[in-house]
Design a protein. Structure first.
Length: 276
């Protein structure tokens, strides 16, 4: 009997020790405690992505001008770019291939900051049925450890020709906040079994860095409903605002009014039985 008690005690101590070790390991793991990376170089209109934009044309991914490494990474990153925007379901997408661009405009790719071909936006809207167009550029591509990717993305309204959203960001796996955020992304999106082994396999993967970085960038594109904003403004306008400032603090009690001598004492109301 004594031996059984000792065995159980040993097992309890062993399990507690293992749990404590796991907690200590989490405290020393950047994937749990950070610091984490925050996207900072973002532009977005106050209206955000308006409800009428339901379909977006994605232009062929371009590489940074004169960047041979980025040029080599374009074919691989183009597929992941399309996949991530499709998976997030912010809007329906129409992929415009380089061959289709050549047929429509006489060139296989266009940068967002270069002069557009004549009637480019109108032709694209008519040919694709889209309400907006997405220009994408791979500005940095380092496929060896530490992996680094840079994206420059612009979203334009085809009708108003207005810039809706733009990002210009580099994700460098050699920086601790980026590496920690990538590890957190891996743990969140992969099986918890053998997570350490999974981290080692995909931490230096350009594909995984692309999925992580694009999910972060797409997360900055918020969809706002103008109707909700209008209703909120009307609700605020309907609220009564006091004309005078109300003083906060103890106030003197009001003087009690003297009842007339001939006033009759009010009758005590009868209690009615409560409903059960």
């Amino acid at each position: 009997m004594k031996n059984m008690i000792l065995r159980y005690t040993f097992l309890v101590v062993l399990l507690c020790g293992a749990t404590a070790c796991k907690q200590v390991a989490k405290l020393n793991n950047g994937a749990y405690v950070g610091p984490f990376y925050t996207v900072g170089n973002v532009y977005e209109t106050l209206e955000g992505l308006e409800p009428h934009i339901k379909r977006v044309a994605i232009m062929p991914l371009t590489s940074g001008r004169g960047n041979r490494d980025a040029e080599r990474g374009v074919p691989q990153m183009q597929a992941i770019l399309t996949e991530e925007f499709s998976r997030n379901r912010i809007f329906d997408i129409v992929t415009v291939t380089p061959n289709r661009m050549q047929r429509m405009f006489g060139k296989k790719a266009i940068y967002a900051d270069e002069p557009l071909p004549h009637n480019f936006l109108q032709t694209l809207q008519r040919q694709t049925g889209c309400q907006a167009v997405l220009f994408t550029e791979l500005t940095t591509f380092r496929a060896y450890p530490p992996v680094a990717l840079g994206w420059k993305i612009h979203l334009f309204d085809l009708e108003s020709e207005k810039l809706i959203w733009a990002v210009d960001e580099v994700f460098d796996g050699g920086q601790s906040p980026v590496a920690n955020s990538l590890r957190r992304h891996i743990r969140k999106n992969h099986s918890t079994h053998n997570s350490a082994a999974t981290e080692l396999l995909v931490l230096d993967s350009p594909r995984e860095m692309a999925r992580y970085s694009l999910s972060e960038l797409i997360g900055t594109l918020m969809k706002k409903n103008p109707k909700e904003i209008t209703e909120l403004a009307e609700a605020l306008d309907n609220q009564k605002v006091p004309e005078k400032t109300v003083e906060v603090g103890p106030q003197p009690a009001p003087l009690a009014e003297e009842a007339p001598k001939d006033a009759k004492k009010p009758a005590t109301p009868r209690e009615e039985p409560s409903e059960i």
